[in-house]
Design a protein around this ligand. Structure first.
Ligand code: DC
Length: 234
């Protein structure tokens, strides 16, 4: 399969926490030789910066200024994406419980979202991007040629996150399920660019499916979309 032709598309993968978006998006990007963009990591980076500066989500003006002035770079690598903030590699600090608990509150702030969406659109300008998040198909890249809304049962999503946390999760599976549910509620109910399935998105429930199965399905749709585009151009 040679998908790396002149014609490229953008693929938006949205869905709630723990649905498998980042694993699947990374596989799709690898198979199509596209660039993977984890937008959650950008909101996490802004959250980490706010924590380091001793700010709370209520200090919207200061958090907005911070998000607007910070330099965020996503560097694709074989081990996944590295996140560099103001020249410092913060990748390993983005998934702490502290960041998990604050991130959906920081992600509600309008100017934080405006800044992140503008960076994300710039990354997708030349196409060939697989971007995962909550509002990519509805808001950031409404013209993405392929949109997927990926979900899974709440228990399965909590279990996946629990396994990712290693030997010392510092939280029980039940607590994690509650926390994930709460984060989803905040993401769904926020006023600006909430977590929502785009009308033209394909709904995929990954409960009981392997990441490979889901990724294969998306690659298949991606290639079909590329074929349609090249047929239309002839
Ligand atoms: O995908 P994740 O768990 O790393 O996302 C972390 C948080 O960032 C999540 O609570 C919602 C928010 N987020 C968002 O609001 N919009 C995005 N495009 C991506 C993430």
């Amino acid at each position: 399969m040679n998908a790396n032709t002149a014609q490229r598309i953008n693929i938006a993968i949205d869905g709630p926490a723990g649905a498998g978006k980042s694993t699947v998006a990374r596989m799709v990007a690898r198979d199509l030789h596209y660039i993977y963009v984890d937008t959650g990591a950008m909101y996490r980076a802004a959250t980490l910066k706010a924590i380091e500066e001793g700010l709370s989500a209520e200090q919207q003006e200061l958090v907005s200024q911070l998000a607007e002035s910070m330099d965020i770079r996503l560097i694709p690598g074989t081990e996944g994406q590295k996140v560099i903030v103001d020249g410092e590699d913060v990748t390993d600090r983005l998934r702490s419980l502290e960041v998990n608990r604050l991130v959906s509150h920081i992600a509600k702030i309008e100017r934080v979202r405006t800044r992140m969406a503008s960076l994300q659109r710039r990354m997708a300008l030349e196409k060939g991007v697989v971007m995962d998040g909550r509002d990519i198909g509805t808001h950031v890249l409404p013209d993405a040629e392929l949109k997927v809304f990926l979900t899974a049962s709440p228990r399965e999503r909590a279990l996946r996150r629990f396994r990712e946390m290693g030997d010392n999760p510092g939280v029980t599976l039940d607590q994690l399920e509650l926390e994930i549910g709460e984060r989803d509620r905040i993401d769904r109910e926020r006023e600006i660019a909430p977590l929502l399935q785009a009308e033209d998105a394909r709904l995929v429930d990954s409960t009981g499916k392997s990441a490979e199965q889901v990724a294969d399905e998306i690659v298949h749709w991606g290639l079909a979309s590329l074929r349609t585009i090249s047929a239309e151009e002839k």
